[in-house]
Design a protein around this ligand. Structure first.
Ligand SMILES: NC(=O)c1ccc[n+]([C@@H]2O[C@H](COP(=O)([O-])OP(=O)(O)OC[C@H]3O[C@@H](n4cnc5c(N)ncnc54)[C@H](OP(=O)(O)O)[C@@H]3O)[C@@H](O)[C@H]2O)c1
Length: 260
């Protein structure tokens, strides 16, 4: 069976991906900062599913740690599936946000998944097969309802995923963006929010089970709580009518009036 590398595997959505992928027979490489939690999960999965599980303790916002994970993607047992899951939320107004915290979130939510996808995709293309799952968020589609930079980091993930799918799909690499809505994990408490105040929270196992249905169908974008799939299709179709050959002259409405 193939090997999957999952970031943010010590808890929340990543740990549930690890359980599902181990149950499917994948060997695993689990990445997060908490060695203790990774080791406990690795022992559980080796015993339950007889799969090989490596762990890498890494803070993905620290350049040397990120490099070790990139290195693992480039050498060693080939990694056929990368799950770019580790992420953090930053709540509150952009004007109140601590610039250092914003940089941390950009580093974790944007730079790390970009560098890891970059490290993984070359070997996948060379083998003519592989998959990358990027965990985005529905808030990327509704930035007006989610102040601050978190929605923007997830919009980057969606656009990155769609770009990678266009570039590498024809070369055998499947790229899926998963857009969860509020899901019952510790991310909210870590960001200072009370999850009990949020309506319509999805359970993590439901989220991952649904996301893997989308994965098995090779959907480019999977939005587990979206009942009407036609809404996403309408959004994509609207984008597709945009002309691809823009350039050259400014549009008529932007031309300065001729001076008298
Ligand atoms: N839960 C939701 O409502 C929701 C909704 C939409 C999207 N998402 C996205 O889903 C993904 C997973 O979130 P979650 O809800 O499962 O969050 P979570 O419960 O807080 O888990 C986050 C995981 O990322 C790891 N992590 C955090 N900072 C890290 C760092 N600097 N370096 C390495 N690993 C780090 C954590 O482990 P350590 O602390 O051990 O490092 C943990 O394993 C994120 O990308 C999030 O934005 C979540």
């Amino acid at each position: 069976m193939s090997t999957a590398l999952i970031t943010g595997a010590s808890g929340g959505i990543g740990a549930v991906y690890a359980r599902h992928l181990a149950a499917r027979g994948h060997d695993l490489v689990l990445v997060a900062r908490s060695t203790e939690k990774l080791e406990a999960l690795a022992s559980e999965l080796r015993a339950a599913h007889a799969v090989a599980v490596e762990i890498i303790t890494a803070d993905l916002t620290v350049s040397a740690d990120l490099s070790r994970v990139e290195q693992r993607l480039r050498v060693g047992t080939p990694v056929d599936l990368l799950v770019n899951n580790a992420g953090a939320a930053l709540l509150g107004s952009f004007s109140d946000a601590d610039p250092d915290k914003m940089e941390q979130v950009l580093s974790l939510n944007v730079t790390a998944p970009t560098r890891l996808a970059s490290a993984a995709v070359g070997a996948m293309v060379a083998r003519g097969t592989g998959a990358i799952i990027n965990i985005g968020s529905v808030v990327s589609l509704m930035p007006a309802y989610f102040p601050g930079i978190y929605a923007a980091t997830k919009a980057y993930i969606l656009t990155l995923s769609q770009g990678l799918a266009a570039e590498f799909g024809p070369k055998g690499v499947y790229v899926q963006a998963v857009l969860p809505a509020a899901t019952r994990t510790d991310i909210w408490a870590k960001a200072g929010a009370d999850i009990d105040q949020i309506p319509n929270v999805m359970e993590v196992d439901d989220l991952v089970t649904a996301a893997l249905v989308g994965f098995d169908r090779r959907e480019p974008v999977t939005i587990p709580p979206l009942a009407d799939a036609g809404l996403w299709d309408a959004l994509e179709n609207a984008r597709a009518i945009f002309p691809s050959g823009l350039g050259g002259a400014p549009a008529e409405r932007y031309r300065a009036p001729a001076s008298a």
